[in-house]
Design a protein around this ligand. Sequence first.
Ligand code: ARG
Length: 476
Amino acid sequence: MSPKAWTGRFAQELADIALRFSASVDVDKRLAPQDIRGSIAHVDMLEKQGIVTPEEGQAIRQGLGEIRTEIDAGTFEWSADREDVHMNIEAALRQRIGDAGGKLHTARSRNDQVATDLRMWTRDALDQTTAQIDGLLSAIATRAGETVDVLLPGYTHLQRAQPVRLAHHLLAWAEMLERDRGRMVDARGRLNECPLGSAALASTTFPIDRAMTATQLGFDRPARNSLDAVGDRDFLVETVAALANCAVHLSRISEELVLWSSQEFAFVEMSDAFSTGSSIMPQKKNPDMVELIRGKTGRVIGDLVNLLVTLKGLPLAYNRDLQEDKFPVFDAFDTVQDSLDVLSGVIRTLGFRSDAMHAALGAGFLDATELADWLAERGLPFRDAHHVVGRLVRRCTDEGKTLQELTLDELRAEHELFDDSAFATLDPNAAVERRDIVGGPAKNRVQHATAELRKRLLDRGVEVDRSAEVDRGAEE
Ligand code: ARG
């Protein structure tokens, strides 16, 4: 048999360069498990509808099963002459079982076949990625539980701003990741329609049962429109957009860890297992893994742009440009999945230097807002209070002092409302505890938020470390 399925129409073989240029099997062979599963569902349906005989159906299933075994074992011989994963498998089937193999493609086109395979592949990959996000969330929940008493500066504009709990900061990362997870779950819900039966573009004259194949392949329903179903790839756009968003979050977290592991911050010590040294400077310990997560984010953003540009000029229905859709999707998943696992490892093994975090609270006037609030609580308009404290900060800066080192007389020189109780407000722990409000960093709020995160994870069947569990549960 010729490797080509359409040789009836052609007098000449494809030019070598055209063959090489158009072959995609090196990339799309990753779809083999989905392709075989899809073909088995298709042949089961053809048999039930009387389009192939039970003997033919049985031979096709048997042949596909053997091919699957060979592919899994790595002994299957892929050939670029056979263009893509679909033609490789079909040709191998015909070699194995003869003419009956040619009946598998009845009432089907590679156009609906590849669209179906890709939806199944993306669905599985999304499920795996959301599980990996849950793994990272579980690591964050553990570390938040352990560090609830640790305070550090919160920053705006990368300037020390107000004290917060480390656990509050870690839980902010968890919020970003929860949203990424939600976007992936949304994309999965929308993509779960089955193109099979759309055939090349205009469906088919054979009396097929589209609901049967859709159900057998785990789809919610057959796609409603055959022209749309073979040409639609926006399920990939929203999937890769969710991955790009996630990659950007992983990159931002990584950037913070790069900063925190510098000697300038020294808030964390990265485990040796996730650090590298320098070939020339013996003292160096570099945070390469998180730098690479940050660096690889560019690829994922590029993958999204790649997909959008591929799609923007395409008329209905299938166009060969669509063959270029797989590389960016595979690359985006590979990159984000590895990044998630690496970051989970980094966070699980990170050493937090609470002494350095605490020391950083001492400089930078993180207590200035407290003093302004103290005046405002006693009736001074906040804008005026802000001005008074601003003058005190200027004075401290000139004299090389902290607000705590000022005397009551010095405070009263700026405003007569001040009394001794103003000093108590300057304690960072008290400042954090006063923010006892939904979404705030007070201890009981952070404990509650940690317990809620654990509960969400447990509800999803994720393993969570309960050793640092606190009394105030989310159940309360
Ligand atoms: N390799 C092609 C792809 O991935 C399969 C569909 C080809 N269809 C066609 N009419 N040439 O898009």
